[in-house]
Design a protein around this ligand. Structure first.
Ligand code: GDP
Length: 524
């Protein structure tokens, strides 16, 4: 096997997604412990202790104690190279979270057992489904009284429209929690109320070696439930999992901790390694000897002392060597990748080599755009365009000081190009309208306009709007639009309508049945 193939087969690149407070930070921290990246639990968490999460670096992140941008953590685990891409956990999350999903090969979805599926899980999940990303589910907080496991599985199947396969099954919960039946490993994992777990093979249970357990009524009832699952439940299919059609479900507690090791071992054994990716010239194999990759995120001023921009690149093929020359597919220009960093926690280490699945941070001399493809040698192709995600919050933006309109325009243009926020122009008034996936993007935008372009900006909310794009093939009749259904153009001069609410949208549909309205979430 070539070195490249060997390296690619070691990579497991994934993101953890969840609704805020479901336990993403706690689980991530557990995994960092497993990977020996940190030594004690409780060091990553920043909100209350005043210490900041390892992945929080921008000033604004410090001020608000949240993680604004996605960072990458990596470590070796058994024979694998694990890359975890962090996503903002705050409810005001942004497009960064969505884009991060284009750079991973699978995701771990955390669900709080006491709550079930929450708004944010659903949004992120939609994107994973759209892109066919394999999803592994960790149902967390089993140490508390939560909802019935069957009930939770049913909800996942109904709401997310995905088949579930419980890899393990809990016995009791909260104070009555005894452990889990590990259906995959054919053993019972006993919860001892501390970090130690006891692994008891099914055979030993049958031999009557653990009477205090087997005579417990909850244990006994659950054993029957598991037998029923084996008989009447869905069959496990790794193929369906890898196609994103079935999700393996694990129960546990990130805090206790319990079930984390079993989850992670099973997950790592099943999670996909980097796959071939679509390009404008066909499919590129991850073990193709020529280097290629795409930029899914650009971040400015991570270090205020340097005022630099870092582009995050997902390697898709070949071998990255520090200092190599690559071609920027969009312009055909050759660039030397002299400064490359692997972003590990708060330190940046120089990367000498990287393979498909790895994420590297490269110095951006203001040359890159989100979605850019970098390739080596003779190739000429681009990776599939990064999808545009429909914004949900819209605001008009103006400069406080009209004398600063030049910097204002420059700032907006650069930040929009960077993908920090989306820009629209009202067709009637030509005013600037910013669209974001979450409120937080406005805070970041305002902060950066002040700090990088020296312009104070003001926002005028136009409320939550529902954006629908018009079919470019159809003639636009401007007289049909007004404040409630605002006609705008996006960066690429496509027309879209910002509807005031569901009612305005439906009214318009009924009265103009011949006009196509395109929902970005439904396409792709
Ligand atoms: P995030 O917002 O998704 O990153 O969630 P955190 O990891 O910050 O967890 C939110 C809260 O839930 C914190 O107070 C955690 O201590 C708590 N938590 C996380 N995992 C568990 C768990 O397994 N059991 C219990 N009881 N609490 C948990």
């Amino acid at each position: 096997m070539s070195t490249i193939t060997n390296e690619v087969n070691k990579r497991k690149t994934f993101a953890i997604i969840s609704h805020p407070d479901a336990g993403k930070t706690t689980l991530t921290e557990r995994l960092l412990l497993v990977g020996n990246l940190i030594r004690t639990a409780g060091t990553v968490k920043g909100k209350k202790s005043g210490k900041f999460a390892t992945s929080d670096w921008m000033e604004i992140e410090k001020q608000r104690g949240i993680s604004v941008t996605s960072s990458v953590m990596n470590f070796e685990y058994h024979d694998f190279q694990v890359n975890i891409l962090d996503t903002p956990g705050h409810e005001d999350f942004s497009e960064d979270t969505y884009r991060t999903l284009t750079a991973v090969d699978s995701v771990v979805m955390i669900i709080d057992a006491t709550k079930g599926i929450e708004a944010q899980t659903l949004k992120l999940f939609k994107v994973c489904r759209m892109r066919g990303i394999p999803i592994f589910t960790f149902i967390n907080k089993l140490d508390r009284e939560g909802r019935e496991p069957l009930d939770l599985l049913e909800e996942i199947e109904d709401v997310l429209q995905i088949e579930t396969y419980p890899m393990n099954w809990p016995v009791g919960m909260g104070k009555r929690f005894l452990g889990i039946f590990d259906r995959h490993g054919k053993q019972f994992v006993k919860y001892n109320g501390n970090e130690e777990e006891t692994y008891i093979p099914y055979e030993d249970l049958e031999k009557g070696m653990h009477e205090n357990l087997t005579t417990n009524a909850t244990f006994d009832a659950t054993k029957d439930e598991v037998a029923l699952l084996d008989e009447a439940g869905n069959d496990f299919s790794l193929e369906a999992v890898l196609q994103g059609e079935q999700t393996p479900v694990f129960f546990g507690s990130a805090l206790a901790p319990f079930g984390v090791n079993i989850f992670f071992d099973t997950f790592i054994s099943m999670a996909p390694t980097p796959k071939p990716r679509k390009t404008t010239e066909g499919v590129m194999q991850p073990n193709n000897p020529d280097f290629s990759g795409f930029i899914f995120k650009i971040q400015a001023n991570m270090n205020p002392a340097h005022r630099d921009r870092v582009a995050f690149l997902r390697v898709c093929s070949g071998k990255f060597d520090r200092g190599m020359s690559v071609k920027l597919a969009r312009t055909g220009k050759t660039l030397k990748l002299a400064q490359s960093q692997q972003i590990i926690a708060s330190t940046r280490e120089t990367v000498e080599a990287a393979f498909a699945g790895d994420i590297i941070g490269i110095y951006d001399p203001n040359a890159y755009q989100i979605g850019d493809t970098l390739i080596e040698g003779k190739h000429q192709f681009e990776y599939d365009e990064l999808p545009q995600f429909p914004p949900e919050v819209f605001k008009k933006v103006t400069a406080k000081n009209v004398m600063k309109s030049k910097q204002f325009k420059k700032g907006i243009e650069q930040l929009v190009q960077e993908g920090a926020i989306q820009l629209f122009r009202d067709k009637r008034t030509e005013s600037y309208i910013l669209g974001a996936v979450g409120e937080l993007q406005y805070d970041v935008f305002k902060y950066r306009m002040e700090n990088e372009y020296n312009v104070e900006v003001m926002f005028d909310t136009i409320g939550d709007r529902i954006p629908r794009w018009l079919n470019p093939e159809q003639q636009v009749d401007e007289s049909l639009f007004d404040e409630r259904r605002m006609l705008c153009r996006d960066r690429n001069d496509n027309y879209l309508v910002l509807f005031q609410n569901e009612f305005a949208l439906n009214w318009f549909k009924e009265n103009n049945p011949s006009i196509d309205l395109i929902d970005l979430f439904e396409v792709n």
